[in-house]
Design a protein around this ligand. Structure first.
Ligand SMILES: Cc1cc2nc3c(=O)[nH]c(=O)nc-3n(C[C@H](O)[C@H](O)[C@H](O)COP(=O)(O)O)c2cc1C
Ligand code: SF4
Length: 488
């Protein structure tokens, strides 16, 4: 880790100082000096590929909810969140949030599930989003809404917050140890995988019937779809060669197309990765975890447990198979691609650059701007090579007050087609709408990457931005009151 302290972006006075700061870190991040509003705003340029017509360049990234009902229906908190997705003015809603294709595949016991008994609930979510979007923008022309379909694989926790129930595709020398898995922990059989694939087919059919324009077959962040891509050591038809590791995707797509030929498909995938990290024990003190360092890879070279990593030095990325995967997406006629990286479970600084780690995490091992630059530059490189695919870029929230200017430059210069907003949507959903319309940017609502939206759910509270969104302060208090009353 560099000796230089990380500069808090909230203290950077203006864009000139920010640009200088980027320069001093030798980071290639484009940043416009001025925001362009009105008809010339790059965010306003619509995008069309065949039947897909997206009205502007703003996208909302999926964000898992921890606030559904135990049977997988939305609660009032979930409905409010989706309303706010509509309020963002974004014309591409990528998934809303990860929706499990079965109860067993949930990442938490309050995650949404796509099933007959949740049909009305999911319909309602889409409905409130469209309603709010129309209120904000005047119409739903060019609004494209997808549902992110997921199975949580290694990170399943369907029944209780403190009870992991991992469903794995292969034994991982580091992650098995981190999760406390015994060497004989069962591996999903090919037959069980076939069953999961059918669940994706059923869920996508329902999404189509409910009017969602596309489904995302999630392949990121260490969940099941992503784990297939790194299943080098798995035997049988879903492991080993690239063809076998991508078989899951092909079979999911085949079934979706045969049920609902008109359903569009997208894929969000971790395009690059690294090894799992842990807090540096020599720098952890007084209850504060040290900065992240890579877990040891002694005796693990060539590394056979990653996707988008260099097998001779897995702390470094290698995009060879990433590019092969994008060729496959083209071949499968999947036009919507969302580039993300790593995993919140084993290298969160790569997946979501933040200044403050969640309470069970580690201090950032580098200035989080490095992570932002990496996401942006990889997306740029891939976009250049695949001009016909529609790319959504990720990891912009850490840019804070400078997000709109960086996003504007990235879209205008073709680094990405759309800018995807994650955490920023929880606190200030309409930030890019305001930039595009020339409304004053509300700096008090800017996400400061405090990570409470990750810490709170890990402690069993509903998902949301506790520091900046008063709604959650109030509902957290109400929750505490309820618990206190119940205890009397
Ligand atoms: C609370 C929370 C929940 C998330 N849930 C999901 C999810 O369900 N699916 C997904 O693909 N990514 C999920 N992510 C990752 C975000 O979509 C996004 O990639 C990440 O936050 C980085 O973007 P940002 O810098 O704009 O926040 C989640 C992130 C957060 C903070
Ligand atoms: S809790 Fe709020 S401020 Fe903190 S990272 Fe999440 S959205 Fe941003």
């Amino acid at each position: 880790m560099s000796e230089r302290p990380i500069l808090r972006l909230g203290t950077v006075k203006d864009v000139t100082h920010f640009q200088r700061h980027l320069h001093s870190l030798q980071l290639n991040i484009p940043c416009d000096s001025k925001l362009i509003h009105g008809p010339d705003s790059p965010f306003r340029v619509p995008l069309a590929r065949g039947e897909i017509k997206i009205g502007n360049r703003i996208a909302v990234q999926p964000m898992e909810g921890w606030d559904g009902t135990p049977d997988g229906n939305p609660s009032e908190h979930t409905i409010r969140r989706w309303r706010r997705f509509g309020q963002s003015g974004a014309k591409l809603i990528w998934g809303g949030e990860a929706v499990a294709v079965s109860h067993e595949g949930r990442a938490n016991p309050n995650q949404l599930v796509a099933a007959e008994h949740t049909r009305k609930g999911l319909e309602k979510l889409r409905g409130v989003l469209v309603e709010e979007h129309c209120r904000k923008t005047g119409s739903d022309d060019g609004l494209v809404i997808g549902l992110q379909l997921t199975h949580s694989g290694r990170y399943c926790r369907p029944n209780a917050h403190h009870k992991p129930e991992p469903r794995i595709l292969y034994h991982h020398p580091v992650l098995d140890r981190k999760l406390g898995l015994a060497p004989d922990h069962p591996v999903l059989t090919d037959g069980e995988i076939g069953g999961i694939i059918e669940q994706f087919h059923r869920a996508a059919k329902m999404a189509f019937e409910l009017g969602f324009e596309f489904v995302d077959v999630k392949h990121c962040h260490g969940y099941l779809g992503h784990e297939f891509l790194s299943a080098h050591t798995r035997e049988g038809k879903y492991g080993g060669s690239f063809e076998n590791r991508a078989r899951f995707l092909r079979e999911v797509v085949q079934g979706i197309r045969s049920n609902s030929a008109k359903m569009h498909i997208g894929v969000r995938f971790s395009a690059f990765d690294s090894v799992p990290f842990r807090p540096d024990p020599t720098l952890s003190a007084n209850g504060k975890l040290g900065p992240g360092i890579p877990e040891s890879q002694d005796n693990l070279i060539p590394y056979r447990w990653g996707f988008g990593v260099n097998s001779n030095d897995p702390t470094q990325m290698d995009l060879t198979e990433t590019i092969r995967f994008l060729f496959l997406l083209e071949e499968l006629d999947i036009p919507l691609v969302n580039i993300t990286a790593g995993s919140p479970y084993y290298n969160p600084h790569i997946q979501r650059p933040a200044l403050y780690p969640p309470s069970d995490g580690y201090q950032p091992p580098e200035d989080p701007l490095h992570g932002v630059a990496l996401h942006m530059n990889v997306t740029r490189q891939l976009k250049e090579q695949f001009p016909n695919l529609i790319f959504v870029g990720t990891a912009y929230s850490y840019l804070q007050d400078f997000l709109p200017r960086v996003a504007q430059a990235a879209v205008r210069d073709g680094w990405t087609d759309l800018v995807g907003l994650g955490r920023m949507v929880l606190t200030y959903p309409e930030v890019l709408w305001d930039a595009m319309e020339g409304n004053e940017i509300q700096h008090k609502r800017i996400c400061r990457t405090f990570s409470d939206c990750t810490t709170a759910p890990r402690k069993g509270l509903p998902s949301g931005c506790y520091p900046l969104d008063s709604y959650y302060k109030i509902s957290a208090l109400a929750e505490q009151l309820k618990i206190a009353k119940a205890g009397k």
